[in-house]
Design a protein around this ligand. Structure first.
Ligand SMILES: [Zn+2]
Length: 659
């Protein structure tokens, strides 16, 4: 699910935002989150009454095949920093507290079950050691690993746990089902140096490119937004983060890497035999990930849906910000897989969540996964063609009873509402056709004028307090947000907005919605948490970014106003990869071409790729580096420095919930 956002946090983020002391409510917890109101309790109870939350089927399946479970599961790095901690979720047990949506709570309990499990003889999963699952397929001489988690530390711990409880074998192949970092980043943790050079690495076509470059350009903003989507600064508590819906949370503080594939999957059905095990692959690009496959093991009757299928409604659009996905194509891949593998499968497993057993059960599960995306797609288009706009469709869309009652398609991760907006966006873009929405005022000036039209801050707050008392939290958030953007230091407004976000979070069934609201409340009270991205930890990924992708990203940091009128050509010679790129500034735009150095360039910079990355990301200063042996400049040093000064610097985590 998560894309390689780490890579790209090419700006080192440090704390900012003014200190504003927001008044705490009487019943606040340690981080200031207010108590659930009676309206929230009622809303959560009403949802509970509509669902069969005590249905044991998922718990039975999630525990089926358990071989071993560690009492405590806390994975630390060599320097002691915690990379993964299931123990902190010990509070997710029993009935839902009033401050958590009861359906999300149920999913959070299921995602908290960790251990080594048998799916079917010869197929094992280590679950709950990271956001995703590590799957082990036993071959004739060794193990074929599927999706080695996000980080070296979690992957190593998961593999070690499996080796302690199964007859241990060397790793002979690794499958990366798709290009999201939670499925490949830990590869260094599962291979010995010897295995590293001998194993077969199987990935879908486009894997390496998508994995290392898809987020380079948008990295800093995507990383910042991911902090809200995953509730990074929140306590793990009944008024904080409880689950993402897809798993507990992305691992953190560990080291991320990648390996180039030796075997590419690029068509359906593609047959392959790995260590005596027969595979039938379905190539499914442009589904949940831009590069993805599913596969069937005909001799074992086992189907792996990767992340094209999961046990929640997934994201057609992900809230941290990413290119919108094609819901119809996604559904069609599941339909294709149903025809190819569904009737032959006796067990199903995926890259997240727990398996399904029995052909009728698998077919029923696949049909509902297929239909939830198609329903949202088709109904969005139907309503759009009747004249409804994005926001109106999102408000109107409701899954049919047969899907609504199915836990595996409920909106624990994506939601029908924001996925309907995604489908609208896919076909129609951001503009809903309403002329007043073509060029509205931005939030700050609009906020000031709304406040004025509403009779000033006091009048607005007094009305908003009444709406809050009535439990109308969406409206309170919408209105008070105008005041916070007009008067960011208005502590009464910040406190009321934070309290409305608390309630919206407590009522949300989607893990990301809960985290977005509660992190919004956190930031109103405390400011944005400092970022903790360490480029060195992503070294195994950064080294794989094509230089051209990195230069594309560098071009997006040129300050257009400063660069106005600048005409300049610079050669950059990368000694370690034997590539020369010519950079040209003209019309305040940076172009780059790989080829032969331009003899008329202002300067030629000769250095290694890693030093260039450090220079551009600001982790090495140009002036300090200029006279070292690591770098050579031929031509005008002054022009070279003036070029680097055209690049924007990211000072810290930018504000989102305040102006
Ligand atoms: Zn994933």
């Amino acid at each position: 699910m998560i894309r390689a956002v780490i890579v790209v946090a090419v700006c080192l983020l440090a704390g900012c935002d003014r200190a504003v002391t927001v008044p705490r409510s009487m019943d606040a917890d340690a981080l200031g989150h207010s108590a659930p109101t009676q309206h929230t309790v009622t809303a959560n109870n009403e949802l509970a009454s509509l669902l069969d939350l005590d249905d044991p089927a998922d718990f039975v399946n999630a525990e089926r095949g358990l071989i071993a479970r560690s009492e405590s599961l806390r994975i630390t790095r060599d320097d002691g920093r915690v990379v993964w901690d299931q123990d902190q979720y010990g509070f997710v047990a029993g009935d839902a507290p009033e401050s958590v949506n009861p359906s999300l709570w149920r999913q959070a309990r299921l995602n908290g079950l960790h251990g080594l499990y048998e799916v079917t003889p010869g197929v094992y999963q280590v679950r709950g050691y990271d956001l995703a699952n590590l799957t082990i397929i036993v071959g004739e001489t060794g193990w074929i690993l599927v999706d080695p988690l996000t980080m070296r530390e979690t992957a190593a711990a998961a593999l070690a746990f499996a080796r302690a409880h199964l007859p241990p074998k060397p790793v002979v192949a690794v499958l990366f089902t798709h290009s999201h970092v939670d499925h490949f980043g830990g590869v260094d943790g599962v291979l010995t140096p010897e295995e590293r050079s001998n194993v077969r690495i199987v990935a879908p076509a486009g894997f390496l490119h998508e994995a290392v470059s898809e987020n380079v350009i948008a990295g800093p903003a995507m990383t910042r937004r991911a902090g809200l989507m995953y509730g990074r600064p929140l306590a793990r508590s009944i008024r904080g983060h409880v689950d993402t819906g897809l798993g507990k949370e992305p691992a953190a503080n560990g080291r991320v890497s990648i390996l180039a594939p030796t075997d590419i999957v690029d068509h359906t059905v593609q047959q392959m035999t790995l260590d005596g095990v027969r595979f039938e692959f379905q190539f499914a690009p442009g589904s949940e990930a831009p590069a993805e496959f599913t596969f069937f093991l005909p001799d074992l009757g086992a189907f792996c849906g990767a992340e094209v299928l999961s046990r929640n409604l997934h994201n057609v659009y992900t809230l941290r910000g990413a290119k919108v996905r094609d819901a119809l194509r996604w559904s069609n891949y599941i339909d294709e897989a149903l025809g190819l593998f569904g009737q032959r499968a006796t067990s199903y497993f995926g890259s997240h969540h727990w398996p399904v057993w029995g052909t009728p059960e698998i077919v029923a599960y696949m049909k509902k996964q297929r239909d939830v995306y198609k329903y949202i797609h088709d109904q969005t288009l139907r309503m759009a063609n009747q004249g409804l706009t994005s926001a109106e469709i999102a408000e109107a869309i409701e899954l049919p009873e047969s899907l609504r009652r199915e836990f595996a398609v409920r909106g624990y991760y994506g939601t029908a509402r924001h996925n309907a907006k995604a489908v609208y966006q896919f076909y129609f873009g951001w503009y809903d056709g309403v002329p007043a929405h073509l060029d509205p005022l931005p939030p700050e000036p609009a906020g000031r004028r709304y406040v004025e039209f509403m009779g000033g801050a006091d009048e607005l707050l007094s009305n908003a307090e009444q709406a809050y008392a009535a439990g109308d939290y969406r409206w309170v958030a919408q209105v008070v947000n105008h005041l916070v953007f007009a008067e960011p230091d208005n502590v009464v407004a910040r406190a009321l907005l934070a309290r409305s976000y608390d309630q919206l979070g407590y009522q949300a069934e989607s893990g990301p919605w809960r985290d977005v609201y509660l992190t919004g409340a956190y930031e109103l009270r405390h400011g944005p948490a400092p970022g903790n991205v360490n480029l060195a930890d992503a070294g195994g990924l950064l080294a794989r970014i094509p230089i051209a992708s990195f230069l594309d990203s560098m071009a997006t940091r040129i300050d257009g106003q400063k660069a106005s009128g600048v005409t300049m050509t610079i050669n950059v010679v990368f000694t370690d990869v034997d590539e020369t790129h010519v950079l040209e500034m003209e019309n305040a735009v940076l172009h780059h071409h790989q080829g032969i150095a331009d003899a008329d360039a202002s300067a030629t910079l000769t250095l290694t790729r890693s030093l260039f990355l450090r220079l551009v990301t600001g982790s090495a200063g140009l002036r300090e580096t200029l006279f070292s042996d690591e770098l050579e400049v031929d031509g005008s040093v002054t022009e070279l420095i003036s070029f680097f000064l055209l690049l924007d610097r990211q000072a810290g985590p930018f504000n989102i919930v305040t102006p």
